[in-house]
Design a protein around this ligand. Structure first.
Ligand code: GAR
Length: 190
């Protein structure tokens, strides 16, 4: 029975969608929501949804090993990043080899890398007059947005689209596909 932890930094609409999708699931549970910003809306979402929610600081992730201890105490099997901004350290990758999944709001390898997050990605796609964008679900390695790609889905970018309009299209794809892809991955080798 795979146990998931979701990491998020901001609004948390994907985190909420994932938590709701797996609520009552016969074989998969979301046991923990982790956030690096105490004021992020995702913290309230987690509490409202009744999921154990922890806010942590840089030291817990990069220095003390506290995050790994928290995950171990909860017997977490997979880490799901949903709008999480900080780089995942090597220690965490080593603790969860092939078991950390991220979603990026563009068609990697384009529009990825450090600082390419949320609206910044959509602003770049619109500024570049790219006719299409989409989502990429991938495994996480020690570099931003470079891990092995698991799944992509596309959407058209029309000439009148603003970054906010594109963000809406991308979110719709994320809500539709991310929970299902997670479900497939975590049940594949269990
Ligand atoms: C999502 O679109 C996600 O793909 C993106 O942040 C947004 C978070 O929205 N992630 C990245 O850009 C990672 N580089 P949400 O907080 O409403 O789920």
């Amino acid at each position: 029975m795979p146990r998931l932890a979701v990491f998020a930094s901001g609004n948390g609409s994907n985190a909420q969608r994932i938590i709701e999708y797996f609520a009552g699931h016969p074989a998969i549970t979301v046991d923990l929501l982790l956030c690096n910003r105490p004021d992020a809306p995702v913290v309230a979402r987690g509490k409202n949804l009744g999921v154990a929610t922890r806010v942590f600081n840089r030291a817990a992730l990069y220095e003390t090993g506290e995050i790994i201890e928290i995950l171990a105490a909860k017997r977490i099997d997979y880490l799901v990043l949903a709008g999480f901004l900080w780089l995942i350290p090597q220690s965490l990758i080593a603790a969860y080899p092939g078991r950390i999944i991220n979603i990026h709001p563009a068609l990697l390898p384009k529009y990825g890398g450090k600082g390419m997050y949320g609206m910044k990605v959509h602003e770049s796609v619109v500024a570049g007059s790219d006719p299409k964008s989409g989502i990429t679900i991938h495994y996480v390695d020690e570099k931003y947005d470079e891990g092995k790609i698991i799944f992509q889905a596309e959407c058209a970018v029309s000439s009148g689209d603003t970054p906010a309009m594109l963000a809406e299209k991308i979110h719709a794809l994320e809500y539709r596909y991310y929970p299902e892809v997670i479900e497939k991955i975590v049940t594949r080798d269990d």
